[in-house]
Structures are given as C-alpha cells and as structure tokens.
Design a protein around this ligand. Structure first.
Ligand SMILES: NC(=O)c1ccc[n+]([C@@H]2O[C@H](COP(=O)([O-])OP(=O)(O)OC[C@H]3O[C@@H](n4cnc5c(N)ncnc54)[C@H](OP(=O)(O)O)[C@@H]3O)[C@@H](O)[C@H]2O)c1
Length: 344
C-alpha cells in the first residue's frame, strides 16, 4: 500500500455565489496507515448533496462550516481493505461520512455495514440512505399525508422529491411534481407515477401549476424556495402543511432578491389559512431510521418505489458534478464512482 497514492479534494476557497473550479483543489498524499484498532477503507461511491454548499459557507447554520484546506465532507460507500476493528473485516462494504477521498481510516465508529445481497450498495447514498430517510420522516411526521389531498414537490426527480411524490401516491394523494426540464417531467409522470409535473423554467409555470392543482394544495414539500414557493403560496388550502426541507434555489445567492417585500403576504396566508410551516433536519428523526429502511426496502422489492441514479466516474470530476447539482444538471441521485464496485 505504501506506493499507492491517496487523492483527496479539499476546499481551496469559500465560494462567492456558485462554486467555481478554483474553490476546490485535488491533493495527493500517501495512503493513510491504519493504527491499532483501526481499519483502512477505499471509497467506491461518493454522494454529492446540496447541503455541502452550506458547509462551504462561513454563515452560521445547524452544522459547523468546513475549514479552508479541509477535505470536502460527505457520505460514501467504501470497501474495507484491512481491519483491526472488531465486527469489520476485509471485503466488508460500509457507509460512512468519509469525505471526498480515495482512502480513509477509522476506528469503526459511524461506519454502517451494508449487505450487498439486499440492495445495490450505491442505494445507501440515495433512496435507502440520508435523502430517502429525509423524504420518509419529513413526510410522515410533518406533512401528515391523507388520502385525497394534493401534494406539490419540486426537485421531483431527485432522491428526496422522487420519494416524497411516490410515498404520496402510495398514501392515496394527488402528487404534483415540479422539475427543471421536459425530460425530467416525463420521467416523473411516466416512471414515478406523479399525476402531473410542471417545468419551473417554462413561461406560464405558475398558471400551469394552479391548473394542475384544481383542489388547491394541502402539502407543499419545500425543496427549492424562490419562484416555486411563490407559485404555490396562493394555492394553499386551509390547514395546509409545509415541511421545509431545503431551499436549493437560494444556496448560491449572494444578496436578497429585489422587492417587493413578500413577508406580509406570507404571514397573512399563515394566519388566515392556518398554515403549518416547519423546518427540519433529517437527524431530528434519527430514531425512525430502522423503520424507514425496512419500509422503503420493502416497497422497492414490491416494485412500488422506483429510483434513479446519476453516476459520474472519477473522484477528480466531483467538483464539476457538484456545481451541476446546484444548477439541476443531475438527473437522479448524484453519485461519483471513485473505484470499481466489487459487488456489481
Ligand atoms: N433537511 C434535511 O435534512 C435535508 C436532507 C437532504 C436533502 N435536503 C434538501 O432537499 C432538497 C433536495 O435534495 P436532493 O438531494 O434530492 O437534491 P436533488 O434533487 O438531486 O438536486 C437538487 C435539485 O434542485 C433543483 N434546483 C436547483 N436549482 C433550482 C432552482 N433555482 N429552482 C428550482 N429547482 C432548482 C434541480 O432540479 P430540477 O432540475 O428538477 O429543477 C436539482 O437537480 C435540497 O434542498 C436539499 O438541500 C434536506
């Protein structure tokens, strides 16, 4: 192993607006040597997620910002190469927050063993991982879906939105998606079973959304903010729920959009329509992880849930893929294949 190189991508600078190539740096180091009680792992699949943009910013948030020069953080699926950790042996496949790098060492804490026979191991980063759990727990705990209601969700073909919409269908709701291209919308209605899907880039999007929600909106799953939220606001029914999961249209924002100030209009709707708006972070519902995984794995086995992955090859391509994710260039869960999958 001594002659092998570890490539890792660090944050070179804090982005101003959209992250650029210069905000990342590929470094080469020696492969780390695991100490006593540690294991050495090789990254196979790296997850790219919108929240990583928040970590690159110094602004106060629910998690500490990344430091300049630090390896970009993130979830990954890896193979154990050598282990001195009880319960882990060479050949095991694990999922952990190990970051944008080829090799890493660990004492095993925070590493979850995967069963490659149960599901393709990359799904631990998407439909059966953090994004899937976000959709499942946020929808049941905050959205509180009821048959016959109408749900709207944007980023509808991504790992969170696609599962939100499909669970809504399982629960008997009308599911209306919003996505960034005609191809994505066709996939949402054709493969995922949404009742309708509108392209937020089309002129007349707000009118088309209103037409697709003839009985109003009972649940608006907030993934993006901005123009989509503004189009939904007049459509809310009394007692509608709005789980605030993400605001991806704002993540690269450097200043507030020009007026008018819409807060009075929003607060009037909250009051008169008795809206429930609640932000959440997936780990608020950490105790529901097993229930989520059991239920959603069962739905996948039964063919009730479809998922889509957008896999880019090569760790060196992670920065570009990440930049694309924030602009909607991904089509499905964005993953980087860092090394060949030995279980495929
Ligand atoms: N609260 C939590 O714990 C938690 C956990 C996981 C994820 N999240 C959030 O959930 C949301 C979805 O995450 P994901 O992993 O499933 O991402 P994703 O859908 O794979 O990727 C983000 C998508 O956002 C859409 N988008 C980007 N800019 C937009 C804009 N200006 N207006 C409208 N849509 C835009 C794009 O889809 P289109 O091309 O279809 O527009 C893009 O593909 C994100 O906001 C993320 O931060 C929150």
């Amino acid at each position: 192993m001594a002659d092998r190189i570890n490539r890792r991508i660090v944050m070179a600078a804090r982005p101003e607006g959209a992250p650029g190539d210069g905000d990342f740096r590929l470094e080469q180091t020696a492969v780390p040597e695991p100490g006593a009680g540690e294991m050495l792992c090789r990254t196979l699949y790296l997850s790219l997620d919108p929240y990583m943009r928040g970590r690159m910013s110094a602004a106060k948030s629910y998690a500490a910002p990344a430091e300049i020069g630090e390896v970009m953080g993130g979830g990954a699926v890896s193979e154990v190469l050598r282990s001195d950790v009880a319960g882990f042996e060479a050949g095991d496949i694990v999922c952990a927050l190990s970051g944008w790098q080829d090799y890493w060492t660990s004492d095993g804490r925070g590493a979850r063993k995967l069963d490659p026979a149960a599901a393709p191991i990359s799904t631990a980063l998407g439909v059966l991982g953090m994004p899937g759990m976000t959709a499942y727990t946020g929808l049941y705990n905050i959205g509180q879906p009821k048959a016959g209601e109408t749900l709207v969700v944007a980023a509808a073909t991504g790992p969170v939105g696609s599962l939100v919409g499909q669970i809504a269908k399982i629960e008997g709701l009308r599911a209306v998606g919003v996505a960034g291209s005609g191809e994505k919308c066709a996939y949402a209605t054709g493969e995922l079973g949404f009742d309708a899907c509108l392209n937020h880039r089309d002129a007349g999007f707000a009118d088309a959304l209103a037409e697709a929600c003839p009985d109003g909106v009972d649940i608006y799953w907030e993934n993006v903010g901005g123009a989509v939220f503004e189009a939904v606001l007049p459509l809310f029914n009394p007692f509608a729920r709005m789980p605030v999961c993400g605001l991806v249209s704002q993540y690269n924002m450097t200043e507030l959009p020009p007026g008018p100030n819409r807060i009075p209009e929003l607060m009037r709707a909250v009051l008169t329509k008795r809206l429930s708006i609640r932000g959440f972070i997936v780990w608020d519902f950490a105790d529901q992880e097993d229930e989520f995984r059991d239920t959603v794995s069962g739905w996948i086995r039964d063919g009730r849930i479809e998922y889509r992955e957008d896999i880019v090859d090569g760790l060196e391509n992670a920065p570009r893929a990440f930049q694309g994710l924030l602009e909607g260039k991904n089509f499905g869960k964005q993953i980087v294949r860092v090394a060949p999958d030995p279980t495929a």
